[in-house]
Design a binder for this molecule. Structure first.
Ligand code: AMP
Ligand code: MG
Length: 319
């Protein structure tokens, strides 16, 4: 499934000063740049620009929104986005840069797009070790959201050629840093109060993490954290949700789209990337008003599929 129709001339950049400067400039403009990490090639976008993050979903043809991992250059930068803890510091000291992702509460005024976290109040963040990733993040100086750089449902890419085969013509550039050497995903660790929780097994083993923290890791089953696959049911509006509405009924606030203007409108011009970028933020704002939420129809084309998937879950009966 492809979401994009416009063909882009994908630039192939090398990891020299010119290539890195170009890659950083493209990220700054909200364009997508694939880059190597020690796990797989990531498809990067500026995590502060919602429409750039929406473009990741469009390029991958991902039919659903799930939270993305943000990559930063060093521990110091990570601390500007999330609430830091002594356990986070121990793990960062031991494993960063490297294939370990920490899930921590977002700080106030973090500036990260709510499309990155899919509306959650925690952020998954890591410092990758690959020299090209390090150099790019250093040159860019901001947070980069990056899932694997492959079309949805296809094998994760470990060379620039793999990325080109899947995404050529759909992304602005590929930073070629040679083959990735871990090939495994990053280990994801979350926290539930004092408990450290294994959210996904990956490049750093549970045993090594337990050694550093001097405690047993928990599974999400014995914590308040939901399983990664169920993350999104974590965020459903409190009030009832009605889809395909052309106007608000009594007691409802309308989430508009295109010609249907609401209390908040996803995109007045009917732009699906703008709508995706606004989705979680607008749902939160409407939910905060109290009452029920009526939602204007969103076309089932391109990014509209992922938007509708999310809205359908929000409207589904809950227990
Ligand atoms: P990837 O496809 O490698 O980018 O992996 C992203 C993974 O990180 C998904 O499995 C998500 O469920 C997980 N993840 C991202 N953000 C969060 C978060 N805030 N809380 C828990 N898990 C997260
Ligand atoms: Mg993937």
């Amino acid at each position: 499934m492809s979401f994009t129709s416009d063909h882009i001339d994908t630039e192939c950049l090398s990891e020299d000063t010119a290539g890195l400067t170009r890659a950083a400039a493209l990220l700054g403009k909200g364009a997508l740049v694939a880059f190597p990490t020690e796990t797989v090639y990531g498809l990067g976008a500026d995590a502060r620009q919602g429409e750039a993050v929406a473009a990741i979903y469009a390029a991958k043809g991902r039919p659903a929104f799930n939270p993305l991992i943000v990559h930063v250059a060093d521990t110091q930068s990570a601390k500007t986005y999330v609430e830091w803890t002594p356990a986070a510091q121990q793990l960062a000291d031991a494993f960063w840069p490297g294939p370990l992702t920490l899930v921590l509460p977002l700080r106030p005024s973090h500036g990260i797009s709510s499309l990155v976290t899919a509306g959650l109040d925690t952020l998954a963040i890591r410092v990758p070790a690959h020299p090209a990733a390090q150099a790019l993040l250093g040159a860019f100086g901001g947070p980069v959201a990056a899932p694997s750089a492959n079309p949805s449902g296809r094998i994760s890419p470990t060379t620039a050629e793999h990325v080109a085969t899947g995404l050529e013509g759909r992304i602005a550039a590929i930073l070629d840093g040679g083959p990735c050497n871990v090939g495994l995903e990053s280990t994801i660790i979350g926290f539930d109060g004092p408990k450290a929780v294994m959210l996904r097994e990956g490049g750093v083993s549970a045993e090594r993490i337990e050694q550093v923290l001097d405690q047993k890791l928990h599974t999400y089953a014995d914590t308040a954290i939901s399983a990664p696959g169920q993350l999104l049911s974590h965020y459903a509006p409190r009030g009832a949700v009605r889809l395909n509405a052309t106007q608000a009924h009594e007691g409802e606030h309308l989430l508009g789209f295109g010609e249907i203007a609401g209390t908040h409108t996803l995109s007045a011009s009917g732009d699906l990337a703008e709508a995706a970028a606004n989705l979680f933020g607008h749902l939160h704002k409407l939910d905060a008003l109290g009452g029920a939420i009526a939602i204007a129809p969103i076309p089932m084309t391109g990014l509209g599929r992922a938007i509708n998937d999310r809205l359908k879950r929000a409207a589904a009966p809950r227990d």
